[in-house]
Design a protein around this ligand. Structure first.
Ligand code: F3S
Length: 415
């Protein structure tokens, strides 16, 4: 790989053994992917959750880095964790549950990372510009960075994003390279899409079929930013999708010709309401009966989503046996508090959480086995990691189910 003088000095150890080791890892990564050189990054986003990425060894390692005064060289934010730092007692946990998470947070923050603890860090200060190179981990963020913002990131692992943050560099490969961003699969959507549950189902269906190809959607009319976030999150859940185009909506494709460039579509997929039934059948396996747990905000809800939810809950009361959590980031929760939405939600019996995600939280300690949600990604991971049975519904239906306290079986039909 061609390296700049500064990168060569990093590799030679002029900036210390940690930077040297991080650069060695990145050079190796670049060589594996035939990257010709490194690019400077303007930000990084790292997974700082205890169970998913870190064990005792990695905590001790990161604590040592912080103690050795190692600092990230670029603006770096941290992803969702299992700990709501202000409300974990209210959620039913105690300090002992999070002993390791506290240590990990301290180590990362000691290295200069900003603890926004969110999978929507772009709502909380980390907002790359069009064309910027960044290194972001957590599956739902690369499709947003690449497709919606037009910035450039590979689908980073937590470790590679950390190495990039420490050196301020990443190898020039994957979606950093313009040609790799061009469309490869044409997705013809033949049914109207409404709301984040629909976009989640569409993403799940497409992600499981296109594999590593870049999908180009035809037939979608003006999805909202929240819908784009849920589309990308679901595609990155059932498949490794980290880039897509919607001509006229996403910034790199005004039309199909621009989306595909010199590529011919290697795959054409038709999506209708019947196709979307397939993921729905898989994800709606919760037995008919009482509801115990309802969770929304995966990816973390925006302020608009919270406003809409508060509107649906205003003046109502969820069933006394139902626990309702709505996940967002601390900055968004703060704004929701300023606008009074948290009080409306609390009065209805729900709780606006910050920093956490249903998947990262030690739910087994609370005894839940099922979840009703409006997020396809959350339903999928609750199956996979928590062994839950799940139900996916629209936001309105989720609210009605939480109020009734009963799941009556599949009612979602995209209306
Ligand atoms: Fe975010 Fe957790 Fe969902 S990290 S995207 S809330 S699985």
């Amino acid at each position: 790989m061609q390296l700049t003088d500064e990168e060569k000095r990093m590799l030679a150890g002029d900036f210390g053994s940690t930077v040297k080791r991080a650069m060695e890892v990145l050079v190796k990564l670049g060589e594996i992917h035939d990257a010709p050189y490194m690019v400077e990054i303007t930000s990084a986003h790292i997974d700082g959750n205890i169970d998913k990425e870190h064990n005792q060894e990695s905590i001790a390692f990161l604590e040592q880095l912080a103690a050795d005064n190692i600092r990230v060289r670029t603006f770096t934010t941290l992803n969702t964790i299992g700990l709501d730092r202000l409300k974990y007692h209210e959620l039913g946990f105690n300090d002992a549950h999070f002993e390791n998470q506290f240590r990990l947070n301290k180590a990362f923050e000691g290295m200069g990372c900003l603890g926004v603890y969110s999978c929507t860090p772009y709502y909380a200060s980390n907002l790359p510009r069009f064309g910027e190179h960044v290194a972001w981990s957590e599956s739902s963020t690369p499709p947003f960075v690449n497709a919606v913002l037009g910035a450039r990131t590979s689908r980073e692992a937590g470790a590679s994003a950390l190495m990039a943050a420490i050196t301020g560099r990443t190898p020039y490969y994957s979606y950093h390279v313009p040609h790799n961003r061009l469309g490869q699969a044409l997705i013809k959507v033949d049914c109207p899409m409404r709301g984040i549950a629909d976009y989640g189902l569409l993403g799940y269906y497409v992600g499981s079929r296109v594999k590593t190809s870049v999908p180009v959607f035809n037939g979608l009319s003006e999805p909202s930013r929240d819908e784009l976030i849920y589309l990308g999150a679901a595609m990155a859940t059932s498949g490794p999708v980290a880039m897509y185009h919607i001509p006229g909506v996403t910034p790199e494709a005004r039309d199909l010709d621009e989306a595909f460039g010199s590529n011919e579509p290697e795959l054409v997929i038709h999506v209708d309401r019947k196709a979307l039934q397939e993921p729905l059948d898989y994800l709606n396996d919760m037995p008919v009966g009482p509801v115990e747990f309802v969770a929304m905000g995966c990816p973390h809800y925006s302020l608009r989503q919270i406003e809409r939810l508060a509107g649906l809950l205003e003046g109502k009361r969820i069933h006394k046996d139902v626990t309702l959590w709505i996940h967002t980031s601390e900055p968004i929760r703060y704004m929701a508090q300023r606008l009074g939405f948290d009080k409306i939600i609390a009065k209805a019996g729900g709780l606006l959480t910050a920093d956490i995600c249903t998947i990262c939280t030690p739910l087994e300690k609370l005894g839940f086995r099922t979840v009703v949600t409006d997020s396809v990604k959350q339903a999928f991971y609750c199956h996979l990691f928590n062994n839950f049975t799940t139900a996916v519904e629209t936001m309105e239906n989720v609210v009605n189910i939480a109020i009734a306290g009963v799941w009556e079986g599949k009612r979602y039909n995209g209306e």
